[in-house]
Write a protein that binds this ligand. Sequence first.
Ligand code: ZN
Length: 165
Amino acid sequence: MTKTRICAQCNKPEMVPVSRVMKTYNSVYSYSCRNCDETLEMVPPASIGVGLMVGALALAFWGFVLHWGAGSPSTLALVIWAGAGLAVAAVWVPEILKYWLYPEGPDQPDSEEIALADDTAFSQRVVSPLERLGFVAGLFAPVVIIAGILGIATMIGYVNYTFFE
Ligand SMILES: [Zn+2]
């Protein structure tokens, strides 16, 4: 992740990572160009995956309630639902585009991971290990977590039903 990238402004492989800070649910790398004044903030691929999947799951659940809930959905409800879909896309599509606009520079050795500023227990236990994984792992992480919660809930229900009824 902490590789030099090619600057979209001056087209030179001079975008270097300068810091990494924790946002609410993910970390952000700051890059700055040594050749011009271009700066850039990038979300690690795994966190883009998490964001897309959480958004997609929320929209799918909401869509399910709209279509199979009480009666047929009103036009307003559908417009709000579509607007939420556009909002999710507006957040994550630019983050994905950055990887395409600022590709990694050629021929670099693996550089050391840049230290995360403002390290918290949440970032150490959840965010840092997750962000070492790739985009696909990030995409599936919310599904695994939800499946785990549902599995535990089912087991608690089963134990309750079997032993305490
Ligand atoms: Zn530049």
